[in-house]
Design a protein around this ligand. Structure first.
Ligand SMILES: Nc1ncnc2c1ncn2[C@@H]1O[C@H](COP(=O)(O)OP(=O)(O)OP(=O)(O)O)[C@@H](O)[C@H]1O
Ligand SMILES: [Mg+2]
Length: 460
């Protein structure tokens, strides 16, 4: 696989002057490549009106990988189809690559401008959308032909692109002879053929297994970093966002409910839906049943603390913060990995006193410990003790209620001898214990910077 042969701007051999109304100087402007301002798109069906995109304002900056995450029906595909005007918005303003697709006063892009704009936007899909009767090379050649490239240049270009995506040996194969990952590579080569500035990827890895997903995401990252192509990537998996996105927008019911740099969204999610997506990928906060088992094993005060980057590469060091209050921390559950190349994770600690034991911690010292952690940006959740357990408020977002009142206290009570079954609510994943080989924060003052232990972390 080579890289540099696919330069970003060979461009079609066209003598056409830029169209009127075009107002971008690509090299000098810091304008976002996509700008949505109070955009609406409603589908009118016989049964009802569906507000697929409802008052969305956002920007995608040139050169970034921008993720859009949401559950099915949230409006993600509609949002992305508004960018290249496969759907026309009803209201609001959309500017893409310096071209006004829809202006605030309702004026729409001309057909001619739209054709030109679409030439600067590539798109890849979940189902690859290749021509099954054409060879791999002919699939990649197709957009070049449409763009009016001469035959001899097309051949070189198509083979360069196939080399870039690692499929030089498949030029003569047909799509049916390829694996899913290889098909998506062809899709990517085809989308890059006309040197787009912007690539739209709609669930591009959803049909692929985790290993192949990672390969395709790595390829997309190369497309972004080496070719400078801005990517808007739609997904319903936070692991995909975590793997390659710089910023993310969370969509729910046609709205963008949360947006920001990926690390910030992981470290300080504001909405329940965001917390659910994060928990589904990190799985490092204990669920209720896990918390009950932790209380069974550890009688002292338990708390969940998020380990966040305090600047540079330094994560919050629980043990040293605890030591300021004469406390010790034993990590009993959780993991620390990386998000956007910075340390992040959640751990449960059992709090003790220096020279004392876990049963005699001073309440004032614990409160001061929590306050200092929070001042460092850590999210702290007090889980109380086995005798007086407290709930993680996030359980309201991340797990369904199960018959009782949903609290940890009622779960623990139901598991006391004589109070029914003792195996938890049956919904929990296997407990995620700290790897015995990983150094943990503890009373000996060692760092809390432990190795990643989740499947997601190891396998992404
Ligand atoms: N052409 C259409 N006509 C009518 N309703 C539509 C049309 N396209 C989308 N919708 C509706 O708009 C809403 C948003 O759909 P959209 O395809 O954008 O969601 P999505 O987030 O991409 O979902 P998924 O993850 O399932 O692909 C849904 O309720 C959908 O049924
Ligand atoms: Mg969709």
């Amino acid at each position: 696989m080579s890289t540099p042969t696919v330069d970003r701007a060979p461009g079609p051999p066209s003598s056409e002057a830029p169209a009127a109304g075009r107002h971008t100087d690509e090299a000098t402007t810091a304008e976002p490549i996509v700008r949505f301002d109070h955009v609406h798109k409603t589908f009118h069906t016989k049964l009802s009106d569906v507000h697929a995109v409802d008052d969305v304002s956002l920007t995608v900056e040139s050169g970034e990988v921008f993720g859009v995450i949401g559950y099915s029906g949230a409006g993600k595909s509609t949002l992305v189809r508004l960018i290249n005007a496969l759907e026309m918005a009803d209201e609001g303003e959309i500017v893409v690559n310096g071209v006004t697709v829809l202006s605030g006063d309702g004026r729409r892009i001309s057909e001619k401008e739209l054709r030109r704009l679409r030439g600067e936007i590539g798109m890849i899909f979940q189902q690859f959308n290749l021509f099954s009767a054409k060879t791999v090379e002919a699939n990649v050649d197709y957009p070049l032909r449409l763009a009016g490239w001469p035959k001899e240049k097309r051949r070189t270009r198509a083979l360069d692109l196939l080399d870039f995506v690692g499929l030089s040996d498949k030029a003569g194969a047909y799509p049916s002879q390829l694996s899913g990952g290889q098909k998506q590579r062809v899709g990517i080569a085809r989308a890059l053929a006309a040197s787009p500035r912007l690539l739209l990827a709609d669930e591009a890895t959803s049909a692929l297994d985790p290993e192949t997903t990672r390969d395709v995401l790595d390829l997309l990252r190369r497309v972004n970093r080496e070719l400078g192509v801005t990517i808007v990537l739609i997904t319903h998996e936070m692991s995909v966002v975590r793997h390659i996105c710089d910023r993310v927008a969370v969509m729910e019911g046609g709205h963008v409910v949360e947006t920001g740099p990926v690390y910030d969204v992981f470290a300080h999610p504001r909405r329940g839906i965001t917390r659910r997506f994060i928990q589904a990928t990190l799985r490092d906060r204990p669920r209720r049943a896990t918390a009950a088992r932790l209380h069974d094993r550890h009688p002292g005060r338990l708390a969940i603390a998020s380990i966040v980057d305090t600047g540079g590469e330094t994560a919050v060091n629980l043990a040293s913060v605890a030591a300021h209050q004469g406390l010790t921390t034993d990590v009993v559950h959780g993991s620390i990995g990386e998000v956007s190349g910075r340390p992040f994770g959640n751990v449960v600690v059992e709090i003790g006193s220096v020279g004392g034991n876990t049963g005699t911690v001073d309440e004032g010292a614990v409160e001061a410990f929590f306050a200092e952690l929070r001042s460092l940006g850590s999210e702290v959740t007090d889980l109380g003790t086995a005798d007086a357990p407290l709930d993680d408020p996030r359980w309201a977002d991340t797990e369904p209620l199960t018959g009782d009142d949903g609290s940890l206290k009622s779960l623990l009570a139901s598991r006391r001898p004589g109070a029914g079954e003792a195996g938890g609510d049956g919904l929990d994943e296997p407990p995620l214990e700290v790897s015995p080989t990983a150094p943990t924060s503890s009373s000996n003052g060692s760092s809390a910077d432990i190795s990643p232990t989740t499947d997601e972390e190891a396998g992404r």
